[in-house]
Ligand binder design. Structure first.
Ligand SMILES: [Zn+2]
Length: 435
């Protein structure tokens, strides 16, 4: 089997791997300024795979997919039902933000073709794509996320995609009982962590947090809930910037579990509605239903956002890194009062206003540099396995060849795995590897 690394090798963003020159795994875009795409992609030229398989509905895995449908190219696109809907939502958003510029690698026409070639599949239902047998397994990262098992008749490759494990803390019931309900054992509320370990000769693993040990989920939740409640008692407002996909729903579930009054705004609203229609891909469909009815959905009409910004409530809103969305209205409204609070809930990429705010206490919002007197806090609600999680997963693959991608220190992690007895390496961008 031949693997060509077109993106996501030694980096996070624009994931893309071409298998045997025929089968494309993921085709993402990296949100930078300007955005970056897999190597070899230029508009209207480049890649012509026999089929495309998408591991999950995040921009860095699916963002450039419609570009594969230019001219008369129509490769089938295989994914789970939630991944299909998330990919379409993201593509529409990219068109809205960047359509007609070099920052958008596809057109409206190409986007419309996506539904014509879409082929959804559930977990553990093998199918054929470009001469390969493919099977999806639940990766526990976001709803619909998949490990992709690829069998070309000679070699079985497990492409992990992004994944999350359940965590090692064991029983959380002692401390995690909130609102009279049992919280899930460690891990995320929205989706359960991966338990699938299908046999494979080669594993291509993500390594986003290969040098990080996450604080236990129950501790993060409790610190967050305590902090938000304190601000509300003191009469303040809390803005909770959150990614639309996964994180917004997770935060709504946390708010419901700890009885925190909350609003939800931005692209996360539509994603929440959509995921309600796919309960089979959630840990607990009822819990999301409760979270959705607990939260108040913001319409944004008649100055509603400005009114809410003066209320005693939490506001869960995009963008997670303060680079757009309704957060751009809320932050200027609440920033000058030190009783108010901004609680970041995910990783802040270098160069984003969220990162700037954390490091300097001020941020450029809508082109204006604004000092922020409100308190700023950061919580690690990650949807990725940490170092222990990666090792726990890879323990099932001690006899397989391991390739490391999707991280800032892939080479270092591969070396650490080798020192632990693994046959591990980290391919480079543009490299072709035979396995
Ligand atoms: Zn992801």
């Amino acid at each position: 089997m031949k693997l060509r690394f077109l993106g996501g090798a030694g980096e996070v963003g624009r994931s893309a791997v071409l298998v045997n020159d025929q089968l494309l795994l993921d085709y993402g875009m990296k949100t930078a300024n300007p955005p970056q795409f897999p190597v070899g992609l230029s508009r209207g030229a480049g890649l012509d795979p026999g089929a495309v398989v998408v591991s999950h509905g995040h921009l860095d895995h699916t963002g450039a997919v419609p570009a594969l449908l230019s001219g008369d190219r129509r490769p089938p696109i295989h994914w789970t039902p939630p991944t299909r809907e998330l990919a379409l939502t993201l593509a529409r958003d990219t068109l809205k933000l960047h359509g007609g510029t070099y920052d958008c690698p596809f057109t409206e026409t190409e986007l419309k073709r996506v539904t014509q070639v879409s082929e959804p599949h559930g977990y553990r239902e093998p199918f054929e794509a470009a001469g390969h047998e493919i099977t999806f397994f639940d990766a526990g990262h976001i709803p619909g996320s998949a490990h992709v098992l690829v069998d070309d008749g000679d070699t079985r490759l497990l492409y992990t995609g992004d994944y999350h494990t359940e965590g090692q803390q064991g029983d959380r019931s002692a401390s995690g009982r909130a609102n009279g309900r049992e919280a899930p054992v460690s891990g995320q509320r929205l989706v359960a962590g991966t338990t699938a370990r299908p046999d494979a000769d080669v594993v291509l693993t993500e390594s986003t947090y290969s040098d990080v040990d996450h604080e236990s989920r129950e501790e993060v939740e409790e610190r967050f809930a305590e902090s938000v409640k304190t601000t509300l008692w003191e009469g303040g407002t809390v803005v909770v910037p959150a990614f639309a996909i996964g994180r917004t729903q997770e935060m709504l579930m946390v708010c419901e579990a700890y009885d925190i009054p909350c609003y939800v705004d931005g692209m996360g609203k539509g994603v929440t509605e959509m995921l309600r229609r796919h309960p089979d891909f959630l840990r607990d469909g009822d819990a999301l239903r409760r979270a959705k009815s607990h939260a108040r959905f913001v319409t944004g009409r008649d100055g509603q956002r400005r009114r809410i910004a003066g209320e005693n409530a939490a506001i869960v809103t995009t963008s997670g890194m303060l680079s757009g969305g309704p957060a751009m209205t809320y932050i200027p409204e609440i920033r000058s009062n030190p009783t108010n609070k901004i609680t970041l809930t995910g990783y802040q990429v270098e160069g984003t206003p969220g990162r700037e705010l954390l490091e300097t206490g001020s941020a450029e919002i809508d082109g204006r540099v604004m000092p922020v007197a409100a308190q700023v806090e950061s919580y690690d609600f990650s949807a990725h396995a940490d170092r222990d999680g990666l090792y726990a997963f890879l323990d099932a693959y001690r006899d397989s060849r391991v390739l490391v991608n999707h991280g800032d220190r892939c080479g270092d992690f591969a070396a650490e795995l080798r020192a632990d007895g693994y046959d591990a390496s980290a391919p480079e961008l543009g490299e072709t590897v035979s396995v």
